[in-house]
Structures are given as structure tokens and as C-alpha cells.
Design a protein around this ligand. Structure first.
Ligand SMILES: [Zn+2]
Length: 314
């Protein structure tokens, strides 16, 4: 009996055997791509995908979770990876202190630019934002501040009517409530889908900042990688204090355009934060992990100075 049952089993296995045999190297059938014996191999393949990131500066493989815990800064070479607006706000403000403003404001299509609204809608779905900036009021250390944070992942952080209007409302709100303003920029420039309406935001934001300045309230501009064109040529470059993250690329036109136009070699490190610090555009380069403490330090000083200088005038 025993012999008979063994024979049956082995016969059964033998009938399956040819199918399990590894396929020829160039086979394309779906069956041979997923052999039964490959469960351990497929696990090995799954683990690295999406969990490890290669640092573009030092080429070290970084564990995604550790990178997030380190505010997206490489532990080995201090390369600053892009970080989302919400993560950045979370890293700066006191827990539960941030009240967002105009969260539902969304773009119109004043020029009826082909497929513009479809584009906006798909970015809204993929990012969870309505446009490229988040604005609101929150506390950084003991200081209540009006905070605007741009996000490059929404249409390259471009400034259209919504970005301009949200920032203007933020600045006007701060002026009315006697609050300092901090704007963290990252942008490719004005949003060309909105043509002249985008360019008008440059004057509008700067106009609001002029009123803020008249009220003797400080404005700190923080430049992150990359900040270019219409944003750099307006509110990003007129801070009472201009800070930057290390290695950020900052400018008006890109280096290739300038090289082609001027027909000359550009100096090394051209348009990096370090180059601009050396040439006087930026006041200080602040690593992301130190940003909150440094902001508290600067606000302590600036708000105290404002109070002292405002007192005799009143
Ligand atoms: Zn690195």
C-alpha cells in the first residue's frame, strides 16, 4: 500500500515538474516569469524599491525613513533634498499652532490656455494642494508669525494669480495684526499659462511688502533650491533678512541662458547660495536642521529692535 501511494505522489509531482523547470533565458511567457520557487527571490527584489534613495552628491544609499527623520538631509555630506511644504511647516512651527489661510483658493483660466485647468487639476490630485504655496499663521518658538511656504512639486512652484494673491493676503493680514512675515521660496518663476496675470503678482506682492515695511514689521525671506526668475525678481529678494539653504541654486535666468547671451565663461559656483553669500545678496546660509532655532534668534532680535525704535515715535 505504502509503495503504491508513494508511486502515485511521485507520479503527480513528475507531471508538474516540467512546468517548474527554469525557462530558457529569452522566454517571454508569463508563466515562466513567475516560477513557484521564487518567493524568496521576489521578496529580495521588493525590499530596496522605494525604501532607499541614492544621494546625488556623495552617492551613498540612504534609508528613506532615516532621511525623513533627518528632514531630508543626507547624514554623510549634508546634501539637502527637496522637501514638501507641509513637512517644512511641520519642521518649523509649534505643534497644532498653524492655522492655514485661503486653503481652497484655486486657479481660474483667464487666458483659456489649452489644457491648463486639466494640468492644475492633475497636480491638485497628486500633491493634495490647491496651488504652489501654503500660507497661514503659526508660532515659531514664542513668536507668532505669518508664514508662506512654496512647494516645487506643484507645477515647478510657479507663481500664478493664486500664489500672488495668497501671499499678498498673508502679508496684508500680518500688517493688520502686527505680525512678522516669513516666506520660504522655491520656484521656477512666473506661471506662463497665466501670462501677464502672473507677472502682475510681482508688483502686487512687493506692494504689500512695502506697506508691511512702513508698519516697521520684519520680513524674512528664505531661499531654497531652486529659486528663479519672477519669484526671485520680486518678493524673494526684498527681505529685511535673506537666508538660504546650503547649495541652493538662485538666480533670475538660468546659467545656460546667461552663458549663451553673454558668450562668456561663468565663474565657478555661479548662482549657488555660497557664491551669492560671498557677493552680498544673501545674509546667511542656514542648514535646514538649524533653521527653526536661527529664526527664533533673529525674531527675538528684530522684534525687540522694532519695539524699541517704535516706542519714541509713538
Ligand atoms: Zn550625501
Amino acid at each position: 500500500m505504502a509503495t503504491a501511494s508513494f508511486t502515485k505522489k511521485s507520479l503527480g509531482l513528475e507531471s508538474i515538474e516540467p512546468a517548474v523547470t527554469p525557462p530558457p533565458a529569452n522566454s517571454t511567457t508569463t508563466f515562466v516569469k513567475k516560477p513557484k520557487l521564487s518567493s524568496s527571490k521576489s521578496k529580495k527584489k521588493e525590499i530596496p524599491e522605494g525604501l532607499w534613495v541614492k544621494c546625488p552628491k556623495c552617492s551613498t544609499m540612504l534609508y528613506d525613513k532615516e532621511l525623513d527623520e533627518n528632514l531630508k538631509v543626507c547624514q554623510h555630506c549634508q546634501h539637502h533634498f527637496p522637501i514638501g511644504a507641509r513637512e517644512r511647516i511641520h519642521s518649523l512651527v509649534e505643534t497644532c499652532s498653524f492655522e492655514e489661510m485661503d486653503a481652497q483658493m484655486t486657479s481660474m483660466d483667464p487666458l483659456q490656455f489649452p489644457s491648463y485647468l486639466d494640468k492644475v487639476s492633475s497636480y491638485q490630485k497628486s500633491t493634495g494642494f490647491k496651488d504652489a504655496v501654503i500660507t497661514g499663521v503659526g508660532k515659531i518658538g514664542p513668536h507668532k508669525v505669518a508664514l508662506g511656504v512654496m512647494d516645487f512639486s506643484f507645477l515647478g512652484g510657479s507663481m500664478g494669480s493664486v500664489v500672488g494673491e495668497k501671499l499678498t493676503r498673508l502679508i496684508e493680514n500680518a500688517t493688520a495684526r502686527n505680525l512678522p512675515v516669513i516666506i520660504i521660496s522655491t520656484s521656477g518663476g512666473a506661471r506662463m499659462y497665466e501670462g501677464m496675470f502672473s507677472l502682475m503678482q510681482m508688483a502686487k506682492t512687493c506692494g504689500a511688502l512695502a506697506y508691511l515695511s512702513k508698519s516697521r514689521l520684519p520680513y524674512i525671506s528664505i531661499l531654497t533650491h531652486p529659486t528663479y526668475a519672477g519669484v526671485m525678481a520680486s518678493f524673494a529678494s526684498v527681505g529685511d533678512l535673506i537666508l538660504s539653504e546650503p547649495g541652493a541654486m538662485i538666480g533670475f535666468a538660468g546659467p545656460r541662458v546667461i552663458k549663451d547671451t553673454t558668450q562668456s565663461e561663468l565663474p565657478s559656483g555661479f548662482q549657488t547660495a555660497e557664491f551669492l553669500l560671498e557677493h552680498g545678496l544673501i545674509d546667511s546660509i542656514v542648514p535646514r536642521k538649524e533653521m527653526k532655532d536661527r529664526l527664533v534668534f533673529y525674531l527675538d532680535f528684530m522684534l525687540q529692535t522694532e519695539k524699541q525704535s517704535a516706542a519714541p515715535a509713538v
